[in-house]
Design a protein around this ligand. Structure first.
Ligand code: NCD
Length: 476
C-alpha cells in the first residue's frame, strides 16, 4: 500500500493493519539501519518544535538523517514570526513550501490538524498540547508487541497524569482498537477527560466501569485503580455480572504498567496540591507485588519522581528501549508518508465499530465556541480564519466534540433552519432536551450555547425552552 502524501495528526489516521505494516517496516529499518541512507535523499523535513522535546525531536531528526534526507528546524516560537502574530495557518503554508514533510509540536490543542490543513505536504503531529501524541503511541505499541507478541487481550495499567498526558490519550484509543483491557490509575484530580472516555466507550463498544473515589476498589491500597475499560475481545462477561467480574479483573496480573509524569506545565494553579497526595512511586517495593511479577514497565519519558532509578536495571523496565525504538519507527513512518516505501497491510482485528467520520459535522456560524481555552480555535479566534466545527456525537444529551481538540460541549438550545427561513414569526428556539432534537435533520440543525446568542440572531423562545438541560452523560 502506498501512503504517500498522508498526514498523521491523530492515532486514528492509521488503521490497525497500517500500524502492523509499519511495524514490519520498522523491523526492517532496525535490522539494516546503515543501509537506508538513500531512501529519502533529496527530501527535506521541517522539524518545528514549539514546546520542549528531547526524544521526539532528536529521534525524528535522526530518522530523517538515517534515511538520507535533510532537516530544517525551528524550536522557539519566540524566534519565529508566530511571535509577531502570524497565524499557524500562514506558518504552515510557508513551511510546506520549503519542506517535503513537516513534524510539528505545538502547545495549542488542535494545532497539528490546522497545520495539516494548510501545509500542502504531509504533517506529523509530535504533540499538540494535552491532546494527542500519536507517534509516541507507535513507539509504545511497537514495544508492547516486541515484548508480548500481541496487544489483544492484554491488561495494561495507565498511571499518573491521565488528564493532560497526551501520550496516554493516543495510547488508550489504540489499545482499545487492538482489544486490550485498560486499567486507569490516575493521580487524584488528574483523571481521564470525559471526551476520551466517551470516545473509548462509543467507538469500540467496550465497557467502562468506574469507581468514583480512588482507592476504594483495591484491596492493595498501594495501587488503587479508579476505572477499568474492557474491550469486547476480553473473554469475560463484564456487562452481565459487573461487580463480581470486576473484582476478578482487579486481582489479575498486569501485563504492562505505563507510567507518566504530572504535566505541570499544563496544570491550572489550583490543581497542584491535590495531585501530590496519591502520587504512587513505581519502585522496587511496588514491583514486588504478585500482580506485577511479569509486568513490563513503560514510560514515555521524561520522568520526574514517579519512577525510581533503582528499577532501571530491572529486566521488566522498557522505557529506554521505547525511546531507542523511536528511530526505526519514525524512519518507517517518514519513508511511508514520503512515498519512499510501501507496505503490505496484514488482515488484523480492529475493535472500532464507529469511526469519527461517521458522526454528523456541525459547521454553522451560530456563535458556538469550543469549551477548551487551549484549543487553537480559541487561541486564534481574533484572526477568524478557523471556523469552529464540531462532531455531533450524541443527541441525548446533546453533545458535540470540537473538530480540532475533541473537547466536549453540551449546548443548551436548538432551532431548525427549515422552519424559520423567510418567516421571522417561526424563528423559534427550543431547549436541546426537548423532543425537537430528534425531529430536526442534522443538516438543518442550528445550535446555540445561550438564549442571548439565539435572540441576538433573531430567534424567539418557544414553549420548550424551560426544561432542564444539564448534561447527564447517560451514554457512558
Ligand atoms: C512526552 C510528551 O512530550 O508528551 N514525551 C515524549 O514525547 N516522549 C511525555 C511527557 O512530556 O511527559
Amino acid at each position: 500500500m502506498n501512503m504517500a502524501g498522508r498526514s498523521m495528526v491523530t492515532i486514528d489516521d492509521l488503521s490497525n493493519g497500517e500500524i502492523e505494516g509499519l511495524f514490519s517496516l520498522a523491523d526492517e529499518m532496525s535490522d539494516s539501519m546503515g543501509q537506508q541512507a538513500t531512501l529519502c535523499q533529496g527530501k527535506i523535513m521541517a522539524s518545528l518544535f514549539f514546546e520542549p522535546s528531547t526524544r521526539t525531536r532528536l529521534s525524528f531528526e535522526t530518522a530523517m538523517n538515517r534515511l538520507g534526507g535533510r532537516v530544517i528546524s525551528a524550536v522557539d516560537i519566540g524566534a519565529t514570526s508566530l511571535a509577531k502574530g502570524e497565524s499557524v495557518a500562514d506558518m504552515a503554508r510557508v513551511a510546506g513550501s520549503y519542506a517535503d514533510i513537516i513534524v510539528i509540536r505545538h502547545p495549542w490543542e488542535g494545532a497539528a490538524g490546522v497545520v495539516a490543513e494548510y501545509a500542502g505536504v504531509p504533517v506529523i503531529n509530535a504533540g499538540d498540547g494535552g491532546h494527542e501524541h500519536p507517534t509516541q503511541t507507535l513507539c509504545d505499541l511497537y514495544t508492547v508487541k516486541k515484548e508480548r507478541k500481541t496487544i489483544k487481550g492484554l491488561r495494561i495499567a495507565l498511571s499518573g497524569d491521565l488528564k493532560y498526558g497526551r501520550t496516554i490519550h493516543s495510547l488508550s484509543y489504540a489499545l482499545a482498537r487492538f482489544g486490550a483491557t485498560i486499567l486507569f490509575h490516575p493521580y487524584p484530580g488528574l483523571e481521564m477527560p470525559e471526551y476520551v472516555l466517551r470516545k473509548l466507550t462509543t467507538r469500540c463498544k467496550g465497557k467502562l466501569r468506574r469507581y468514583g473515589a480512588l482507592g476504594t476498589a483495591s484491596k492493595e491500597g498501594l495501587f488503587p485503580i479508579d476505572a477499568v475499560y474492557v474491550t469486547p475481545s476480553s473473554p469475560h462477561q463484564l456487562a452481565m455480572i459487573p461487580d463480581i467480574s470486576m473484582q476478578v479483573e482487579l486481582e489479575k496480573d498486569v501485563d504492562a504498567l505505563y507510567v507518566t509524569r504530572i504535566q505541570k506545565e499544563r496544570q491550572k494553579e489550583t490543581e497542584g496540591k491535590e495531585t501530590k497526595n496519591g502520587h504512587v512511586v513505581v519502585d522496587k517495593e511496588l514491583l514486588k507485588k504478585k500482580k506485577f511479577k511479569k509486568t513490563i514497565i513503560m514510560h514515555p519519558l521524561p520522568r520526574v519522581d514517579e519512577l525510581a532509578y533503582e528499577v532501571d536495571g530491572d529486566p521488566r523496565s522498557m522505557y529506554f528501549k521505547q525511546a531507542a525504538r523511536g528511530v526505526p519507527v519514525r524512519m518507517a513512518l517518514l519513508a511511508l508518508l514520503l512515498g519512499a516505501k510501501e507496505i503490505i497491510i496484514p488482515d488484523v482485528d480492529d475493535y472500532s465499530s464507529v469511526r469519527q467520520e461517521d458522526y454528523p459535522v456541525y459547521r454553522r456560524d451560530s456563535g458556538l465556541k469550543c469549551s477548551n481555552p487551549k484549543c487553537i480555535t480559541n487561541q486564534e479566534s481574533e484572526i477568524r480564519y478557523i471556523k469552529p466545527a464540531f462532531r455531533i456525537v450524541s443527541l441525548k444529551p446533546l453533545t458535540l466534540h470540537c473538530f480540532f481538540c475533541e473537547h466536549e460541549l453540551y449546548p443548551k438550545y436548538i432551532a431548525s433552519a427549515d422552519w424559520h427561513e423567510g418567516k421571522t414569526e417561526t424563528k423559534k428556539y427550543h431547549s436541546a432536551t426537548s423532543s425537537w432534537i430528534r425531529r430536526i435533520q442534522p443538516e438543518k440543525l442550528i445550535i446555540f450555547d445561550s438564549e442571548e446568542e439565539a435572540q441576538l440572531r433573531g430567534f424567539k423562545p418557544s414553549s420548550y425552552v424551560t426544561r432542564d438541560t444539564a448534561p447527564e452523560n447517560t451514554d457512558i
